[in-house]
Write a protein that binds this ligand. Sequence first.
Ligand SMILES: [Zn+2]
Length: 233
Amino acid sequence: MLRAGRLLDLQEQDLTIDRIDAQLAAIAGRLGETPELVAARAALREAEERAAQLERRRKDLDLQVQDTRAKREREETKLYSGSIVRTKEMQNLQQEVESLRRRTLELEDRELAVMSDLEEADAARIAAQRTLAEVEARWREEQAALLREREELTAQRERAVALREQRLRQVDPADLPLYQALRQRLGGRAVARVERGICSACRVSLPEREIQKARGSSSLVTCSNCGRILYAG
Ligand SMILES: [Zn+2]
């Protein structure tokens, strides 16, 4: 076989390994937590905090209602006990009872408003929980699929590396520096086939003399346009 042909065989495996490496890098970039998952978790935390805050507020108002009511009941008992005889004192106490009654109603109204907000916040919290569960389930599935894919690609890579080793042994070591340098410079493709007088990599027509030279196995011939090693087997 021509020297260029052996390099072409080596390149086939190198390109396979390059492709697998690119796929593995893409998978590595997708493994781990996604922005969607992080956002869903943050949304739930926020909804939980809002609900907890409203619940604390509701409890606080409830205590205030109870206190105000108890105070009013004590004052009413005093008012109707018959122990107060002075009119002025009686009037003051009546005013105080009335004020406490209004205060209780006002606090109850506020508590009702908070309870209504709390109901909404609870619904939002449950919705956020459901969303997170869905996102998490989907994420787990994706991650599992990515891990399976990675395993499969790793096995493919091992086979390609073994095959590359075999092909490398067929290559003239003197051709390797040029091959490696061209691969690095020209997007991984150091060798191009000559197809119907054209370089298959850069699509330029090659002089017949160059093609004839490439057909001989004694030396490597490079494309006068793109610089790749020509294989005209
Ligand atoms: Zn070319």
